[in-house]
Ligand binder design. Sequence first.
Ligand code: HEC
Ligand code: HEC
Length: 250
Amino acid sequence: MRRVVFLHAAACAILLGQAGPYQRQTVDQTAAVRGRQLYTQYCINCHGALAKGTDNGPDLIRSPLVLRDRLGNEIGPALKKLPGHKSDLTNAQVVDITNFLKDQIESTAKNRTADRPPNVLTGNAEAGRAYFNGAGGCTKCHSATGDLAGIGRKYKDAVDLQQRMIFPRQTKPTQVKVTPAGGATVMGQLVRIDDFNVSLRDATGQYHEWTRGDDLRVELDDPLAAHHALLDVYTDKDIHDLVRYLESLK
Ligand code: HEC
Ligand code: HEC
């Protein structure tokens, strides 16, 4: 199976005591509500009510820095460095703001926040086809006549199609290999990873857990890593063209 081999080559991230850039942060809704308050107080004037930017500040929804951020690891340092930004927020406050921004990103993908129902079918299907088969590299893993045949029927609402393209559901578990300094490698299905701990269940069903540190080598094989990396690659236009093209695969 060519596809599986490719996934291994492309999606392996080697992490040494550090959070992976493309592990998606799941939104904590309670924190997002607190984050909205902080955002409204300190950020809204320049970055706008939907975080899509104003004349005074850039769009944060499509900012690669924000998309890559995980629990403040990019935004925290950026706020300290960027001129005119509030540099004395606590880590907890920054995490709340990231939850608000991640929630906005997902809402924007679904366009839940738009005033009127969005038309996500504004792209050009031919351009989408060309991107799919060419620059987008989608055919490394997908085929318009194979796994994605009929995708336009599967998701009747193009907004759902767009959301599933940008944030696919995970159908296969993330595999992980952990090697302690001087110890043997243990591998299995990832149970949980954060900045402090990593845990897995091995093939026999046994649970293992480690404290993370520089001497612990953690190799993740996330089947969706390539998709998360795409967030930094495709433009709004590419996304619109792709959705228009995929929607036509009925
Ligand atoms: C006075 C206006 C203003 C306020 C208030 C403000 N920003 Fe900004 N922000 C900017 C401008 C202008 C830039 C672009 C600066 C640059 O690129 O040098 C920016 C850049 C950023 C970036 C980097 C985006 C990127 O892709 O590089 C982040 C992240 C950010 N702001 C987050 C925030 C957050 C979070 C808050 C509230 C705590 C905030 N900003 C408040 C004006 C503002
Ligand atoms: C490295 C492999 C890889 C690449 C490259 C890739 N994808 Fe995917 N894609 C996946 C995986 C894995 C899934 C999750 C579903 C699955 O397991 O089949 C997925 C899911 C999707 C879905 C949702 C399918 C559904 O039925 O819900 C869409 C749509 C999609 N990808 C479109 C694209 C497009 C468009 C590109 C190119 C811009 C692309 N993918 C590039 C691996 C990849």
